[in-house]
Ligand binder design. Sequence first.
Ligand SMILES: [Zn+2]
Length: 356
Amino acid sequence: MGNWWLSPFCRIFPEVKNVKVVAGVDLGGNAVNYTLVNANERFLIEGLCEHPARSKEGPGICLQQIEDGLKIAAEKAEVALEDIVVVGLDTPGPASSTGVLSAKGSTNFVHKDWAGFDIRDGLAKKLGKPVTYLNDGNAGALWGHFVLFGSSRKETSVSAVIGTGLGGGVIIGGNDVKGRKGFGGELGHVLLPYQSIVGTEGMAPHCNCGRTGDLESVCSLTAIENTLLPYFLPKFPGHELGKMDLHKAAKLVRGMAEKGDALSREVFRVQAHGLGLFFDEMINTFDPDALIVGGGAIETGLEFQQWFISEIRKGMPKQREEQVDIPIHIMPNGDTAGARGAAVEALKLAREGGLL
Ligand SMILES: [Zn+2]
């Protein structure tokens, strides 16, 4: 059998059990997603570790769900709950920079007790641990930045995450720009000169926020349903997407674009060119080290991702010679980016407080 008791695993095992870690907790509409990270920046959970959110039932039940799921995640990673020294939380907005949810409520926090609820403080009291807070877009952006630049404080990046809406964030010196009231990095509502996108004459992209022609009104799943399909379907008479409900059709466009369907490619070309105009604004504002694209829209094969990035570049006005090489990356670990970014924020607090 050999000297199994002398194996490295045997000797390391007790140390692994006592290692201090931080947690990332991504509270979404239906599920809570978890990750755990140690001081060496190693992520201890592979893939998704999910628990039902039950956020529709109000703060009491939802915070209990978060705690229950955290215990399961800790077991999965073979970490004791008391060795989690800081918890990083991220949720959909609108919320203040410190995690006070909007008094007007929101799509994901419809129960009346959520109005004006301090979710960061509520979770800190529930768990008896320090808790950091980011909105989900900013958490994703922080993850994308961390993958490229680690804990370095020098670089700047801008991330756009294309989902039902458009989220993202701006990272400067390793920190999210949260802004005065928590609306820093609300990239979806930045206005674009959308009239300059070729092949969109007469298109009027309206956003739910009341603006016409902001990034989300051109570049999101909602934009496909509300603006892009109604605009392009009449130009493709007899197209199969014209025979079904727009809400259902919008969800099929990505898959069909990937297979080369001409209408669906047009929809994605317009979105990419809209993003190109937006990135041009960001390049001139921040001169960033990297631009990052994430979200459901580009959770596709590599070939489609590369085509989409090349279309983003085609949609950009001519760049200065010094800036043409600013890279455009695809957000890694798309479905766990929020939890991972929240954990990176927790890691910063743990280090500053000497807890790791
Ligand atoms: Zn808007």
